[in-house]
Design a protein around this ligand. Sequence first.
Ligand SMILES: [Mg+2]
Length: 284
Amino acid sequence: MPAPHTDNPALSAIALFLDVDGTLIDIAATPEAVSVPAELREQMHGLALASGGAVALVSGRAIANLDALFAPLTLPAAGLHGFEQRGASGVCRRRDAPSTAALEVARGAMLQIARQHPGLLVEDKQFALALHYRGVPQLEDTVLAAMREVAARVGDEFDLQRGKMVVELRPARATKAQAVAAYLEEAPFAGRMPVFLGDDLTDEPAFELVNRRGGLSVLVGAPRASAARARLADVAAVRAWLAELQAQPVAALGRLTAEALEGSGRGDPSRGRPPDLGLRSQVR
Ligand SMILES: [Mg+2]
C-alpha cells in the first residue's frame, strides 16, 4: 500500500515519538511478560504509513527486544533510554558503551542484592542493568540505597535511572531527549512538530526537549509533577487517541494542544484538572 501521507497533511506535519511500556502496552509483572496485540501492531503500521514514516519507539528496552515485541513490524526505534538508535533509513547508532569491567561489577553487585532479597529481579539488557522490585514494593528504600552504592562503585560510566518499581543503571549521558533530538535532525522527522507520549521519569527529559521545540508533550497516567503539558489517562486512552489521530488528526491534535495551552496538563492535582481526557475521548 503506498504511503498516503500526501492526503493527510496534519499527520505529515508531526513527528510521533512513543514510549512503549506504560504508554502503548500495560506494564506487566516482569518485562518478559508483556506482549503486543496484533491490533496495536496494525495501528503502528497504519500510523507509520499515514505519517510518511515519522513514528519512532523511544524505550528503555533494547532495540532487539522492541523488534521481537513488534515483529514483523520494524519501526525506527531508540533503545536503552537513547543509548542506541535506529533511524528511518535502518541505520543504527550507538553511544559509547560502558566498559565490560564496569558492567561486570554492576551485574555482580546487583545479583548479590537480589540474592539477599527474594522477590527482586535483575534484568540484564547487556549495556544497561535494571533491578525490579515490583514483587516486593516495600523494599523500595532498600533497593534505592543499594543501587546508589553500586552506582558509586562503577563511577561515571552509568547514570542511575529511577522508574516505576525499577532502578536502573543506564549508560551515562544517554537520554530519551538526545534520541528525540537526533531524530529531529533527520528525515522524515526533521522539520515536523514533535509529539512525545510517555509515562515515566525517564520520559521527562524528552518532555522538556519537546516543549523547547514547540511540540506536544503528553504524560500517560495519573496526574503527577511532570514537564508534560497534556495528559492521557492510561494505555487504553493512548490507543484510543492514536486511533483518532489516524482518523481525524486535526481533532486529535487540537484537543491535546488546547489542553497544553491551558496549562492544565501538568499533572498537579492542586491546579484542578478538567474531566478525564481518556474518558472524554471515549464518549466523543
Ligand atoms: Mg514507560
